[in-house]
Design a protein around this ligand. Structure first.
Ligand code: COA
Length: 435
């Protein structure tokens, strides 16, 4: 059993990368920036070409996706974050459309090579185990299938339990660096988001199991759940909003049919409080994304309530969440995994919740999706749709009934236009639906 390691410099470690290689980076808050910058130095020195970089969304610098590295690094992400969006929209970097649950499968099936996995882990324990901390997701699969794994031993990586724990023997090259993890930047929910939060909270029953992402709407929903009982968490990620509910005993996982009592996630993005909370915490399981996001695992939890947001919806319930017209914005992430998984759950509630207009006042509800918009959640998968104007359930409803329901929660200034578009689309029979 390996109990110790010998560290080398970052510059030495990244010599493992060869031209043409595929490199995976651990995700979100836990990018090994010291290795990324050493890799970029090699790129600038003309030592590398055609190196493919893969990861979920990452926070912090992502110089490898910039035009200066064209032909040196090719960024092919599983999810596009704010740090690479411009490069993707300009065509210098690219996106691989894939369900989050299946990102690990791309590696494990050999469809995508991983020559070098670059990750961060916490220092080893007395048994020679380290933790992947806040990024298990596809990172574990990348490590399993890579030719070389380079790990930064970082005391700021929390010792998260579950699949996150791996033996030192899975790592080939060690580097030491204690850069803090990227903290999440929260916006306080505004009036609209609070109204959406309240509508969603009304749909959440005692004993429900929750999935929701980061951002103002999840925070607004969580803020309304103080009087709920026996809630659980099975999600791809959680942030600060859940901590208060765990402390109050509202989230206790007591009703979960699997992983009873545990909060289950695959990556984390929050403030330092979240990273401290998961450190050595047996209440939290950080699991492989092939488990957390598998719709058939999700469906084993009763009253699974999944709340996700979107960029645009048409009057039949087609949901765009990854692009603004042809401009690629983000990715499917775990939205479809959880919307479908929760629809199969006993008493489950799949919810798409979003403001009816953008911050600039543009309606997010349209007669048709903008040309080029990517359908993420199809109308066949849609159940609950929530805006600040209310909650409507589209499941089992006809196209014409959906048009009426969706219009009823649109911004009042566009309702007439949406109704007119429905008449043009469905003919005068639509008047019977509108009665
Ligand atoms: N037409 C034109 N522009 C629009 C628009 C529309 N219908 N809807 C939003 N926008 C613009 C906004 O004005 C904003 O522009 P800005 O950056 O210039 O201010 C931008 O698009 C982002 O919109 P916003 O509502 O702030 O998005 P968000 O940060 O809340 O993210 C998603 C929303 C849908 C992009 C994001 O949740 C996502 O990628 N989801 C898919 C993955 C997923 O759901 N995973 C599971 C949960 S972790």
């Amino acid at each position: 059993m390996q109990l110790t390691y010998k560290a080398v410099s970052a510059a030495e470690a990244v010599k493992a990368i060869k031209s043409g290689d595929h490199v995976h980076l651990s995700s979100v808050a836990s990018v090994p920036q010291v290795l990324v910058s050493a890799m970029c130095d090699r790129g600038r020195a003309g030592e590398l070409k055609d190196v493919h970089i893969h990861h979920l969304h990452t926070e912090g610098a992502a110089a490898y996706a910039e035009p200066e590295f064209e032909g040196v690094f090719q960024h092919d992400a599983f999810f596009v974050g704010g740090n690479t969006r411009k490069s993707v929209q300009a065509g210098y970097a690219d996106y691989i459309p894939v369900l989050l649950s299946e990102t690990q499968k791309l590696y494990r099936s050999g469809i995508l090579k991983c020559n070098v996995a670059m990750v961060q882990v916490c220092p080893p324990d007395e048994h020679g185990y380290v933790s992947l901390g806040t990024s298990v997701d596809a990172t574990l699969a990348a490590i399993e299938t890579s030719d070389y794994t380079i790990a930064v031993i970082n005391k700021n990586v929390p010792r998260a339990l579950g699949d996150a724990m791996i033996p030192l023997s899975m790592i080939d090259i060690f580097v030491e660096d204690n850069t803090p993890l990227e903290p999440a930047h929260f916006s306080t929910p505004d009036e609209t988001e609070i109204a959406i939060g309240k509508h969603c909270a009304e749909l959440i029953e005692d004993g429900a199991c929750l999935q929701m992402g980061i951002g103002a709407i999840p925070n607004a929903v969580l803020a309304c759940l103080g009087n709920h009982k026996n809630l659980g968490v099975h999600t791809e990620m959680f942030a600060d909003g859940v901590l208060e509910l765990v402390e109050k005993g509202v989230i206790n996982g007591a009703s979960k049919e699997i992983d009873r009592g545990k909060l289950v996630a695959t990556f984390l993005m929050g403030s330092q409080h979240v990273y401290d909370f998961v450190n050595n915490n047996p209440q939290v399981l950080m699991q492989d994304v092939g488990y957390t996001n598998d719709p058939f695992v999700i469906s084993q939890l009763s009253k699974m309530t999944a709340i996700n947001t979107a960029l645009q919806i048409d009057i039949t319930g087609q949901v765009c969440a990854d692009s603004i017209g042809t401009k690629h914005y983000s990715g499917v992430g775990g939205q479809v995994d959880f919307i479908y998984g929760s629809s199969r759950s006993k008493g489950g509630k799949p919810i798409i919740a979003m403001p009816s207009v953008t911050k600039k006042g543009l309606s997010k509800i349209s007669p048709t999706l903008t040309l080029g918009a990517g359908v993420v959640t199809s109308r066949n998968h849609m159940h609950w749709f929530v805006t600040e104007h209310g909650a409507v359930n589209l499941y089992g409803k006809t196209l014409q009934e959906r048009a009426k329901l969706i219009t009823s929660v649109a911004d009042p200034s566009v309702r007439e236009e949406l109704e007119k578009a429905a008449f043009e689309r469905f003919g005068s029979h639509y008047r019977f639906v509108c009665k």
